[in-house]
Design a protein around this ligand. Structure first.
Ligand SMILES: Cc1cc2nc3c(=O)[nH]c(=O)nc-3n(C[C@H](O)[C@H](O)[C@H](O)COP(=O)(O)OP(=O)(O)OC[C@H]3O[C@@H](n4cnc5c(N)ncnc54)[C@H](O)[C@@H]3O)c2cc1C
Length: 459
């Protein structure tokens, strides 16, 4: 018998919050059992809860917390192929395999995500323009489907189910395990260059000449207006060669993976802490920290890939109302009109974003509900200002959809269905595959219901 317990859950943005009956299966047999014991209610997998909005939430349903499905099953040091359970986190992969000279092929801005969450959101990293998304490095997965069968799927066997699960936001079944190919590294360091960019045109110039760097991203001051609009700090880099890594400690020591978070936010900050004034001051100070136009350094992978992981629970800084992240991608446009309009609308609204990053994606696309597409992606964090913010984001949706772009579902908590359908024209084909495997809508989420991705969603 499965042990179910009521639990309030939320995503990283801490908005919305939902109560569900949760179980923590430790073995695949217990996942199968929980699916049978669901009492006719809908089910959803939940990893480390790092999606921002309502993708990993389901009210009136059963949630399978997958973190204890955390076994590393098989590794081939010749090829880098790792077979692991879906609740293994990237942090665990890094801690285990960096000392052996391997690194995950694609990482997001935090290492506290599970393999299942990474594939269900088809995550991208700073190397998208070179290495594509996480799914580009996964060759096989095991999925527990609505009928209680375990289906092994890959490019040859049930490829439609495989690709519907990639970016499928947990709505095709529960992933039990997968095979992912780790990338070889010489040491845990990154050769990095930081460039101060003066405005949006400058950003695109630097981005265009950065193709030789495997990793690129730019922080952007989204409060700056006029000729300074789009100013920021462009960071580009690559895993360091052995000759570039700092001398000193022995190889074993240098390969040691770091570290626990060093700061903690033990309680919710007051709601006023992040307001227009503090956001403006932060953006100004961050821009000024890059004193020289260009600097070169060799840094450990942690501050390069996961700068925010040093502060545990930093999402509590946004106070009890939480925050929303808005991430968009728009197709290439020599005049960058959509990006300019989005930035203009944000500055005009007075609702600045505390953190904002911009990057040009590469060419690879996966269809279905997968987010990355050729063009420019911009990600912005907004304190939850309530209705005025929701209205602003609706206006940004118009700009993005009009430009042929889309917003990232794993960050979303409020996109409207009509806009979603404009942004993801492949949704119907995706839904047909999903429904064929789960006609009764066993797998559901708040996001799935809101966007009409599951049977029985309100019209
Ligand atoms: C600070 C920060 C930075 C980030 N940076 C990036 C970035 O650069 N690029 C990027 O792409 N994303 C980024 N993200 C988002 C993050 O990578 C994704 O939300 C990721 O999916 C989170 O994994 P998780 O284990 O927490 O999944 P959860 O949030 O728990 O779940 C996300 C989705 O995956 C599904 N899911 C989880 N496990 C399974 C499973 N076993 N089987 C089936 N479905 C499952 C859930 O149902 C849900 O729909 C960032 C998030 C944070 C907090």
């Amino acid at each position: 018998m499965t042990n179910w317990a009521d639990k309030e859950l939320w995503g990283w943005g801490r908005y919305p919050r939902v109560t569900a009956r949760c179980a923590r299966p430790e073995r695949r047999r217990e996942v199968e059992e929980a699916l049978r014991d669901r009492g006719g209610e809908p089910v959803l997998a939940h990893g480390l809860g790092r999606s921002y909005g309502d993708a990993a939430l389901v009210s009136g349903g059963r949630v399978l917390l997958t973190r204890r499905l955390d076994r590393l099953l098989e590794f081939d040091p010749e090829t880098g192929w790792l077979r692991a359970e879906a609740g293994v986190s990237l942090e665990e992969v890094i801690r285990t395999f960096v000392p052996r000279g391997f690194f995950p092929p694609v990482v997001p801005g935090t290492q506290f995500v599970t393999l299942g969450g990474a594939l269900a959101c088809d995550i991208h990293g700073k190397n998208h323009h070179v290495d594509g998304t996480f799914a580009d490095h996964v060759r096989r997965l095991e999925l527990l489907t609505a009928k209680g069968e375990i289906v092994v799927c890959d490019a040859d066997h049930e490829p439609e189910l495989f690709w519907a699960t990639v970016g499928g936001m947990g709505l095709t079944g529960v992933m039990l395990s997968m095979e992912v190919r780790l990338a070889r590294i010489d040491n845990p360091y990154i050769e990095m260059e930081s460039i101060r960019v003066e405005n949006l045109d400058h950003f695109f110039d630097v981005s265009a000449e950065s193709g030789g760097h495997t990793h690129t991203v730019s922080w952007i001051d989204c409060v700056a207006r006029g000729p300074r609009m789009g100013r920021g700090i462009f960071m580009r880099g690559r895993h360091a060669s052995s000759s570039a890594a700092p001398a000193g400690p022995g190889v074993g020591e240098r390969l040691k993976a770091a570290a626990e978070p060093i700061l903690d936010v033990p309680f919710d900050a007051p709601g006023w802490l992040l307001n227009n004034v503090t956001i403006r001051a932060f953006n100004e100070a961050y821009y000024r920290k890059q004193l020289k136009p260009r600097t070169n350094s060799v840094v450990h992978y942690e501050p390069f890939f996961f700068p925010l992981d040093f502060v545990r629970d930093w999402n509590r800084l946004y106070g009890p109302r939480g925050f929303l992240q808005y991430q968009l991608v728009v197709p290439p446009d020599p005049e960058h009109r959509a990006i300019r309009t989005v930035l203009e609308q944000i500055t005009a609204s007075g609702m600045g974003s505390f953190l904002a990053v911009i990057k040009e994606f590469g060419e690879r696309v996966h269809g279905g509900l997968s987010f990355p597409a050729p063009g420019v992606t911009l990600a912005l964090d907004f304190p939850n200002y309530g209705q005025p913010l929701f209205e602003l984001l609706d206006r940004l949706d118009d700009v993005v959809a009009e430009a042929g772009g889309r917003v990232y579902l794993c960050k979303d908590a409020r996109l409207k269905r009509a806009q979603f359908r404009r942004m993801y024209p492949a949704w119907e084909a995706w839904r047909a595959v999903r429904d064929a495997w789960d006609p009764d809508g066993v797998f559901q989420s708040e996001l799935g219901r809101r966007l009409g991705l599951v049977p029985g969603s309100q019209p």
